[in-house]
Design a binder for this molecule. Structure first.
Ligand code: PAF
Length: 315
């Protein structure tokens, strides 16, 4: 802690910058107040604002136009990072020296490992992580759909971020989306990780929607061993202990409520993009090995997803 008051105002001008103009970045940009949000340019961005239609969860469609941050003096109050997990370090690297050291960075990536890597690389920045159940997709260019109404929890990853939690949550709440401060973001990230680890790889390997994994032989053969591995790793990592059966029930409850959804990993695979497997089952396998726990199922799923062809497939 740096001794400042918990409810301090965020530095800067109230502008929220978003690094990563994919579905999740466009979702937040579309809900945050107009004039208070800008995308951070990446190679290939044009000077023209990014224009698209946002189909809100209530079905209404709103035209959105988001400028690119192009003036280094235009210091944002907050930086949201909505890149894929594997792109985060390289996407942040060129911008960190221009960012005032007090500007909070909120990481929205799926999985784990990436938050720790950013905190290790920039330990003196206020780094926070968000765990969100909001769902967004882009069925066609220029059209972003808020497909799943969810909630977002934000918590401090670095010590320096703790005093920034309340103002960060307040700034994000101006979107009208549901957002909560989270005192133990580590636990919440793990809770989500085990669900992703029990759904995403199976959907990517089997090329099926979330609900369809439940009757597949690959899933039925491995799910109990997978949950046993995850229960052991959770306990070793200092998380709230969970019985393997409870983990399986949670996975299956989410697979049923999102039965018709295409998981983020299958969607990456369908579009020929790298998947986030190294931050999901791959991360659990790494933590398991570091803790001396056997993790053959997490490793098998990681290996199988890594071997999948990198070219787009038909849904
Ligand atoms: O990564 C995803 O797609 C989602 O988090 C989940 C839980 C698999 C539901 O679609």
């Amino acid at each position: 802690m740096n001794g400042r008051k918990e409810n301090q105002q965020p530095p800067g001008n109230g502008l929220i910058a978003i690094l990563g103009a994919g579905s999740l970045g466009q979702l937040w940009a579309g809900y945050l107040p107009t004039g208070k949000v800008a995308f951070v340019p990446r190679p290939g961005s044009t000077a023209e604002p990014l224009a698209y239609n946002l189909e809100r969860f209530d079905g209404s469609v709103h035209p959105v136009s988001v400028p690119w941050l192009n003036n280094p003096e235009e210091n944002p109050s907050l930086l949201l990072v909505t890149t894929k997990a594997g792109d985060t370090l390289s996407a942040l690297e060129p911008h960190l020296h221009d960012l005032p050291p007090d500007t909070p960075i909120v990481l929205f990536q799926n999985g784990m490992g990436n938050q720790q890597a950013v905190a290790e690389r920039w330990p003196h920045h206020p780094v926070l992580a968000a765990s969100t159940t909001e769902g967004a997709n882009r069925p066609k260019p220029g059209h972003t759909v808020h497909a799943g109404k969810g909630e977002t929890w934000v918590g401090a990853i670095t010590e320096k971020a703790r005093p920034h939690l309340t103002p960060t949550v307040q700034a994000l709440a101006t979107s009208g989306l549901t957002i909560h401060p989270e005192a133990d973001i580590h636990q919440r990230l793990w809770d989500k990780l085990v669900i992703n680890a029990g759904i995403n790889a199976f959907t990517a390997i089997l090329n099926c929607r979330n609900g369809d994994i439940l009757n597949q032989q690959l899933y039925l053969e491995h799910i109990d061993a997978l949950c046993t591995e995850m229960a052991a790793v959770l306990a070793a990592e200092g998380c709230r202990p969970l019985a393997p059966e409870t983990i399986r029930q949670r996975i299956e409850a989410v697979a049923r409520t999102t039965a018709k959804n295409t998981s983020s990993m299958l969607s990456d695979r369908q579009q020929g993009r790298p998947t986030e497997i190294d931050f999901i089952n791959g991360y659990i396998a790494r933590r398991g090995r570091a803790q001396g726990i056997d993790v053959p199922v997490n490793q098998m799923l990681t290996d199988q997803v890594r071997k999948l062809p990198q070219s787009p497939i038909r849904p």
